[in-house]
Design a protein around this ligand. Sequence first.
Ligand SMILES: Cc1cc2nc3c(=O)[nH]c(=O)nc-3n(C[C@H](O)[C@H](O)[C@H](O)COP(=O)(O)O)c2cc1C
Length: 275
Amino acid sequence: MKILAIVGSSKSGNTTEVLKYFEKKLTEIIPCNFEYLYLSDYDIDFCTGCHNCIFIGEDRCPHFLVVKSIEDRMLSADAVILATPGYMFSVTGIMKNFLDHVAYNCHRPKYFGRKAFLISSCTKWQEKSVFAPMQTWLGGAGFKFAGKLYVEMLPFPLSEKELDKRRTAISKAASAFAKELQHPQEIKPDFGGLMIFHAFRTLSKIAPNILRADYQYFSDKEAYKAETRWYIPTKVSYFKHQMANFMEKRLEKSVLKMIDPSKLNPQGIGFKNML
Ligand SMILES: Cc1cc2nc3c(=O)[nH]c(=O)nc-3n(C[C@H](O)[C@H](O)[C@H](O)COP(=O)(O)O)c2cc1C
């Protein structure tokens, strides 16, 4: 089993210490090949906001080659861990920049069948906000969320008693993750995941010339057929399917009310000089 830990810290500090202990405990339970990928080793410029990845295709991103080299490593892993310190109640800048570059996956998820775990080391009080961007992304990209671990680390040497508390918490999290990894995965969307499918399906149907890559993705999957329930064949109850279809219709109606169809030009530039 291959596990890829993507690290959002620019140094081998607290986050790495937590990860190393997590790796030690995990590998005591299940044999796995644990790899580290430090985002700071990859030279990715800031996202320019060109929207090429979302509208036309990820290969049109100005930073495509470097982003692809990271995505290839994720695709070759059975599970991914995103690990970051908390900076200003969020992930670090390099982790956020990475998430911006792979955000298009929320339109066209491809990580089905893989599990993901989140780790953060912070001083205090940011458990919710630090995890939110990473958890939102991995759900949208098709990963199965397999848990998270928040370890409070101070910029002071900790007492043995405090360190023991952390070792226990990390061990517990590692064994919970091991259980998840050993468990055969049932790919099944929750209602939020179901609605993301319906939302992007309807938006790309309304504006196929803008959301070109999404339109191609949904067409390839024959997902515009009303009976298609999700990106991949899976169990979605009849009731949930009908409910999601109903909400998709309402979304379509409200979007159509907001836009001017004459501005949906074939170049896909429908939002410049709007005001
Ligand atoms: C620029 C910067 C901003 C930070 N912001 C916060 C913060 O808002 N809340 C917090 O609890 N810790 C904050 N920290 C502390 C780090 O999250 C903490 O020390 C972390 O364990 C460092 O991990 P590392 O050694 O792996 O880089 C900040 C640290 C830096 C350098």
